[in-house]
Design a protein around this ligand. Structure first.
Ligand code: PRP
Length: 250
């Protein structure tokens, strides 16, 4: 049977060394001692490497565990309710613009799923485009300043435009966008939001189509993020942070 030196411990090797010293003849003792010293060094090196690998893995695992422990999401609006409500909103939009082509403008990134689902529920001619804006300073509180980071691909002149937003919060983003769009002479300009937080409004803007009016809770999912995470959740949920770092976030 072949011995596996990786299973030998330092104490085993020292015992073997003692036996060699006691029972082996001089030439054999020399050869065996050298061999045992080599095995001892290899064993110690392997053990040091194993410890270093474990130490390198620990911080990431610890951070992940901390994150999982300190954040939790409680469903506020289930995927079924979202689907049903979007169907109703789509019907209402089509009723208001019977037989007319519609041009949806999604505001990146939060509105992607809402736009995708809404567009597929509206019968008839529908086209869409995307625009991206950014608040200065990407924290969870609105900084009040908005800038355009990606413009539309095509003109909206003469079109029935529906601005599609995931959430209407302070209203700063929508106010900024409506000002830009009005200058481009659309035939009609309306706003559809999945979520509305009226209690947070700082400027007088309103949506024409509202999925759900919600209280001032920190919501994530269905496009809404916290530090770019949770957008892919199918439901909208309330995020709780153990340290209450961002209680007034979107
Ligand atoms: C969110 C949301 C709206 C805006 C609403 O975008 O998508 O565009 O905030 O907030 P307001 O009413 O206070 O202006 P966010 O800046 O979080 O970017 P995102 O869509 O990429 O997540």
């Amino acid at each position: 049977m072949k011995a596996d030196i990786s299973t030998l411990h330092k104490s085993d090797i020292l015992i073997l060394q003692r036996h060699v010293n006691l029972f082996a003849c001089q030439p054999l003792r020399l050869v065996l001692s050298l061999r045992l010293r080599y095995i001892l060094r290899s064993t110690l090196r392997a053990s040091r490497m194993k410890k270093a690998k474990l130490a390198a893995k620990k911080p990431a695992t610890a951070a992940k565990e901390r994150a999982t422990r300190s954040e939790s999401v409680k469903i506020l609006i289930s995927r079924d309710r979202i689907r049903r409500r979007i169907r109703e909103v789509a019907r209402q939009i089509r009723k208001d613009f019977a037989d007319e082509p519609l041009h949806l403008v999604g505001v990146l990134k939060g509105a992607v799923f809402f736009l995708a689902d809404l567009a597929r529920e509206i019968p008839g001619e529908v086209s869409f485009d995307f625009i991206a804006v950014s608040s200065y300073g990407k924290n969870t509180h609105s900084s009040g300043q908005v800038r355009l980071t990606r413009d539309l691909d095509s003109s909206i002149e003469g079109k029935n435009v529906i601005v599609v937003e995931d959430i209407l919060d302070t209203g700063m983003t929508l106010q900024y966008l409506l000002r830009i769009f009005e200058q481009r002479n659309p035939k009609a300009l309306r706003v559809a939001v999945l979520l509305d937080k009226p209690s947070r409004r700082l400027v007088p803007v309103r949506a024409d189509y509202i999925g759900f009016s919600i209280p001032n809770e920190f919501v994530v999912g269905y496009g809404l993020d916290y530090a770019e995470r949770y957008r892919n959740l199918l439901d909208v949920g309330v995020l709780t942070l153990a340290n209450a770092e961002s209680a007034s976030a979107k």
